[in-house]
Ligand binder design. Structure first.
Ligand code: FES
Length: 678
């Protein structure tokens, strides 16, 4: 009997004894060590690369001698000379055990490698995609035992990769026989298995060993923008990210106006479905051109969207979502063929859509849950995805509640007199000196403040064109802290505030942030109408959060996470001065960026996470703001800045909230002072 040797794998620490001559790949499989292989140990794919360690390993109590592995062989030499391989590396399927040895499995050789996310506090993604490549040797046809090529391929997948219940798409068959013969009965299959223990489908067959990556798309289909990540399905790497405007905007800025468009215009829903699918295909073109890959190398798409976008994308009339009881056509997750929804990817590409939480809380909110994991949190966390409709979740590992609140497009710069979408030239940061009441600001595209002499030069190309969502929030909050706006949201006159930037505007006042009209530029003011629009939006958001706090039986939260592209740009302190979010330590308010997009990417790269979110969504308690009597009361109280009844004592300790009150009379009460210039 051959001698047994100790084999220790790092970083897993798994160890076992193996007979001389056992391939490292075999030892790894027997111990359950995560070592990749696409070719099944035939020395073709190089996915099984390992780094053997030599010398004393006192931690493991083992000494590894030269000769602990079989000598470098011709297969390894051929691979290294053609493709290159780091010095010291071996192919796990070629190197065999000859003595005690310590074997390190580098991250790129792990199937379930972790894709490190940028934010340290976020979970890493463990690779376990639904679509993977498998190299197989298929038995040749035999006249004495007639069987189809596909049956022998399926047998090979079962025998060589333990894949049960495999079927093939009909579209695979026309190419199958050529591929098998061209590959001399060796082929690589793309196999889709959406459930770890479920049936699998062959999506494509390549002759021989297919050595190129396959891709998947993670898409966040929003009412305003469609954002997507193109990911390598083997490494998890994001190879391109891009976004396009949702062309449905021409049918209505917000969700309800699109539902009304569908109600009022026969065929309107079909029209909106068609434009959004075309925009998705244009986005695919953009991403694949950027990454220099072919659209038919995309085998999977995971999509998240709010309920209205979800229905319109699937070709479902959203009219039921516009009226009580806000019934979804389908709430569960969806497995589908990408071609069935008009997407031009690989012809057999599959799609997965996360489950919707409720009629107003969609698959995008489910994706935010997956990304931010409030359901695993020890402390009580409020997650707010700020958009034209805020989707709000409150909970911890014991209980999770969700609702949505109609904030409208004011936070995106719409309905604001000088408002614009976030683009170069838009004011995004504002500070107002509480003594002089003079403002300074920064625009998107430049880091220089407006009171810096270099500002004009730095913003020459963009100019100062308007104010975006985060800019208006800062402007109103700064005005409140500088005593230019009272708690009811009224802007004082020049006489009341001592600032000649406060000018009469009809029956109220406005505050001039920037006036470049003399040089042909823009006048950018914050009007009382703007403040009213922001008050309505922020009151809706706060009232939704407050309703969830009532249901949870709490008066404060431990943490706040602001999700959404807009959330990434909001200053937590200013959001709190405005009373958008509950009083909380400013340091405990964080931004999650495009958490819905991240959640889509997690679901794309890990099928276990799809099952997890399906389970969590079933447990989330939904709260319907439209029928909750308390919502209106919270809304009215939250119209004040920051709030008519909630004390905001933590905020008051760090931010001045002057106790001013402006009672503007109709007409001009400050001596005929009109618009200022300069
Ligand atoms: Fe493919 Fe080793 S398993 S080269």
């Amino acid at each position: 009997m051959a001698a047994e040797h100790l084999v220790i794998f790092t970083p897993s620490g798994k160890r076992g004894h193996f007979a001389s001559g056992t391939p490292i790949l075999t030892a790894a499989r027997q111990l359950g060590v995560d070592l990749d292989s696409v070719c099944g140990g035939r020395g073709i794919c190089s996915k099984c690369q390992v780094s053997p360690g030599y010398g004393e390993f006192s931690k493991h109590g083992v000494s590894v001698k030269e000769g602990a592995l079989s000598p470098w062989n011709a297969v390894e030499e051929r691979y290294k000379s053609i493709r290159g391989m780091l010095d010291g590396r071996r192919l796990g399927c070629q190197a065999t055990v000859q003595g005690d040895v310590v074997i390190d499995v580098p991250p790129e050789s792990q199937v379930h490698k972790q894709v490190v996310r940028k934010r340290a506090e976020a979970r890493e993604i463990h690779m376990d995609p639904a679509t993977r490549l498998f190299f197989v040797e298929v038995a040749e046809p035999d006249m004495d035992e007639p069987s189809g090529d596909i049956e022998r391929l399926i047998d090979a997948l079962r025998e060589q990769w333990q894949l049960e219940d495999v079927t093939a798409d009909l579209a695979v068959l026309p190419h199958l026989q050529k591929a098998l013969r061209k590959g001399k009965w060796q082929v690589t299959c793309a196999v889709h298995r959406p459930r770890a223990d479920g049936a699998a489908q062959i999506l494509h067959v390549w002759p021989g060993f297919y050595d190129a990556p396959i891709f998947g798309l993670a898409v966040d289909l929003g009412s305003t923008t469609i954002a997507a990540h193109l990911c390598n399905l083997q490494t998890g790497e994001v190879v391109a990210s891009s976004g396009v405007m949702n062309p449905q905007i021409r049918f209505g800025e917000d969700l309800m106006s699109r539902v009304s468009y569908a109600m009022m215009n026969p065929g309107g829903d079909v029209e909106m479905t068609s434009v959004v699918r075309e925009a998705m295909n244009a986005l695919v073109q953009q991403l694949t051109t950027e990454a220099l890959v072919a659209p038919d190398s995309i085998f999977e798409i995971v999509l998240v969207a709010n309920p209205v976008m979800h229905h319109l994308f699937l070709g479902i009339d959203p009219v039921e979502l516009g009226q009580s009881p806000f019934a979804l056509a389908i709430a569960d997750s969806i497995d589908m063929r990408a071609a069935d929804v008009g997407l031009r990817l690989h012809p057999n590409a599959r799609g997965y859509i996360l489950p919707c939480i409720a009629g107003h809380v969609g698959a995008d909110a489910a994706a935010v849950t997956l990304s931010e994991s409030p359901h695993l949190s020890e402390d009580l966390v409020l997650v707010v995805d700020v958009g034209t409709n805020a989707e709000i979740q409150l909970g911890n590992k014991h209980k999770l509640l969700a609702c949505s609140s109609p904030t409208g497009p004011a936070f995106e710069g719409a309905q604001i007199s000088s408002g614009q979408r976030a683009a170069p030239g838009a004011i995004e940061r504002v500070e107002i000196d509480p003594v002089t009441k003079e403002p300074r600001f920064r625009v998107i595209g430049s880091d220089i403040w407006s009171n810096d002499p270099a500002f004009v030069e730095a913003t020459l190309s963009s100019g100062v064109t308007g104010i975006c969502g985060s800019g208006i929030i800062e402007a109103v909050a700064e005005m409140r802290m500088a005593g230019l706006v009272d708690a009811s949201g009224l802007i004082g006159s020049a006489a009341q505030t001592g600032s000649d930037r406060c000018v009469v505007e009809g029956r109220t006042n406005s505050y001039v942030l920037h006036d470049a009209r003399e040089s042909g530029g823009a006048l950018i003011s914050v009007t009382n109408g703007d403040i009213r629009a922001i008050q309505l939006a922020k009151a809706a958001l706060y009232a939704g959060a407050k309703l969830l706090m009532d249901k949870m039986g709490v008066s404060e939260v431990d943490r706040v996470i602001l999700a959404g592209a807009f959330g990434a740009h909001i200053s937590p302190k200013h959001a709190m001065v405005l009373g958008m979010i509950p009083d909380c330590e400013v340091a405990k308010v964080t931004s999650a960026g495009n958490a819905a997009g991240t959640g889509a990417r997690i679901a794309l790269l890990n099928i276990g996470q799809r099952r997890e979110i399906e389970t969590v969504v079933r447990q989330i308690q939904k709260v319907e703001t439209a029928i909750e009597p308390k919502f209106q009361e919270h809304f009215v109280n939250a119209s004040a800045i920051p709030n008519a009844v909630d004390p905001f004592s933590r905020l008051r300790a760090i931010a001045p909230l002057p106790d001013v009150s402006f009672n503007i009379k109709p007409g001009n009460e400050d001596g005929g002072r009109r618009r200022r210039r300069g």
